[in-house]
Design a protein around this ligand. Structure first.
Ligand code: G6P
Ligand code: MG
Length: 218
């Protein structure tokens, strides 16, 4: 059996934490008088915490001191963590377990490639941490998506060539990062948003094991 590297983004792919990021950023943005809707939120998917706050300030034409910047980031993260602390394995998105089990059965490399600094906490909360052979997250990278660093590091940690890796992503920045890494990019979400991906599925339920085995055999 061929061995490929399957690299999963976390937020919005494995768990629906994208909604918690949205709630926490919206609350923070509104507290400083910046309007924040789903449209702005889409542009923050896959984007690091620092970059996200920079963008919000830019949209609202705000300049603040470095001290206040750090404070706002901490407020957002504390708020976000109140949601995360309540998570359990019921918040794993549909069919993620089936896909992971199938890949494990077929002895494939499985890695996490996430911009989040909370990735390990979340994987532990939903009891998935032991399914991953490698974890690369926001603590391990200097350049955020769309830079391919996170996925290149994940491939390296798996010991699998980057051309033999497949990335699951719900964000535009993440799909672009996978493409830049010369990996197969699979968008999880809407075709109109993720059209740069090699394949797009609405969710994992739409992705059959026969598709996975084709990727493995390629
Ligand atoms: C993911 C999410 C982003 C989030 C980033 C950093 O990529 O899609 O919305 O801003 O991680 O997450 P963190 O948990 O470190 O704030
Ligand atoms: Mg994501």
């Amino acid at each position: 059996m061929n061995k490929k590297g399957f690299i999963f983004d976390l937020d919005g792919v494995i768990v629906d934490t994208a909604k918690y990021h949205y709630l926490a950023w919206r609350k923070l943005a509104e507290s400083i008088g910046v309007s924040f809707t789903e449209k702005e939120n889409e542009q923050l998917k896959g984007v690091s915490r620092i970059k996200s706050l920079e963008k919000i300030l830019e949209w609202g034409n705000k300049t603040i001191s470095e001290d206040d910047f750090m404070k706002l980031m901490a407020i957002k993260n504390d708020d976000y963590l109140t949601y995360i602390n309540k998570m359990n394995k019921e918040e794993i998105l549909p069919d993620v377990n089936r896909v992971l089990e199938y890949l494990i059965q077929n002895e494939q490399g499985i890695a996490l490639g996430s911009a989040s600094k909370n990735a390990r906490t979340i994987l532990k909360k939903v009891n998935l941490i032991s399914d991953f052979n490698a974890i690369v997250d926001g603590n391990d990278v200097e350049k955020g998506k769309p830079n391919p660093e996170v996925f290149l590091k994940a491939a390296k940690a798996l010991g699998i060539a980057q051309e033999d890796c497949i990335v699951f992503e719900d964000s535009v920045a993440g799909v672009q990062a996978a493409n830049a890494a010369n990996m197969v990019s699979i968008g999880i979400g809407e075709q109109e948003i993720l059209y740069e991906a090699d394949y797009v599925f609405k969710n994992f339920t739409e992705m059959e094991n026969s598709f996975l085995i084709e990727l493995i055999k390629k």
